[in-house]
Design a binder for this molecule. Sequence first.
Ligand code: ACO
Length: 425
Amino acid sequence: MSDKAKLILGDKTFELPTFTGSEGEKAVDITKLRAETGYVTLDTGYMNTGACTSAITFLDGEKGILKYRGYSIEEIAEKSSFLESSYLVFYGKLPTATELKNFEDRIASFDDVPEGIKQQIKAFPKNAHPMAVLASNMVSLSAFYEDMCAQDLTPAQKDTAIVQLMGQIKIMAAYAYRHSQGKDFVKSDKSLDYCSDFIHMMTGDKNVKKEVAKALDILLILHVDHEQNCSTSSVRLVGSSKANIFATISAGVDALWGPLHGGANQAVLEMLAEIKDSGKGYEAFLAEVKDKNSGSRLMGFGHRVYKNFDPRAKIIKVACDTVLATLGVKDPLLDIAKGLEAVALKDEYFVSRKLYPNVDFYSGIIYRALGIPTNMFTVMFAMGRLPGWMAQWKEMVEQPGFKICRPRQIYTGDTTNTYKDIKSR
Ligand code: ACO
């Protein structure tokens, strides 16, 4: 078979090169299409656009496969840790024991944030959403680390950027929460592991149960990277203008906040609570989300890429049962989630549209069991996704042929208007 694609436009035939990825994914390379034919591709919502080549994460939405650097998510979730999987996506290989220890120590060494960042957190109203605080803090770091704002970071600066941001995101997230509660900040404790320290800074209690830290660690692992989703694409887009790393990552936080993306984990919990409080049956609730005029959706269901099942959701569902049993927590919202899922998965509307539970459907119930409040859920997602954003940014700026990302459009507006004086309009 020819490795060229043929495109017939009128009486002319054009040949376009094709490209095959390491997992057999096929693409038509259209980079020269406009120059050769005068046409651009139109793909609203990027339904079928490969915006880059990437060696970080592979996912097969039909088969429900997710791999970080070639390692299956199931194996990583079982055997690895959040910091080790972060190293893996960022550096492209599993660390040796010494490399991992060094990485962990360097992250832990960022055990504080500049005084100005603390003042900024305190200046927010107590009811500010922690994602607003986090996004602002993130971009504000650029005002305090000018040397890290260079247009092109050196390899050593990139090594610092990953450990600095992983260390400081944990602090900024916990401080935002403490402020919302009207409580003093709790200083990070380097002797604790990453997840235990985060819970310690949230609660003020250093005696974090092993099971709690482990459950949080697994949740963060499952969020580490997910190829070119909305927030990662935002990071690549902003980073491609050579905006500094803090501004670039802040863009990821902003994009993640939306309820169709990372904000869904908060929305799921609110939806389950509403079903419980209203006493609405599953069928009645599903009838509502199936009605296009209702404006509501079954949150935590459906995915742009997964059309069979989301492998992360499978792992989370099992973890959810284990965590609740281990902690002796009985959560009526878990029963509602399971009931809703069972009914939806038999419903023609969801079956025909291939809508399955995604990563957010059960994650909130675990966060709740761990004592993490609902409006912090998307912040937890951001903490988990940070290494993925950093890895995708690093890969992009280091790739040969680096270019600013700049999609095209097809203009459909007025063509010729004549300016009228304001009084005669
Ligand atoms: N509830 C009800 N109907 C849905 C849902 C849902 N959760 N998701 C999709 N549909 C319907 C749409 O109405 C549409 O129906 P139609 O063909 O009759 O018009 C069809 O399924 C396809 O949906 P699209 O919105 O076109 O699919 P898209 O790929 O653009 O959206 C998305 C994917 C945004 C995830 C969507 O499924 C959704 O809104 N889900 C709920 C929010 C959510 O859980 N987001 C988290 C995603 S995972 C993540 O970002 C971490």
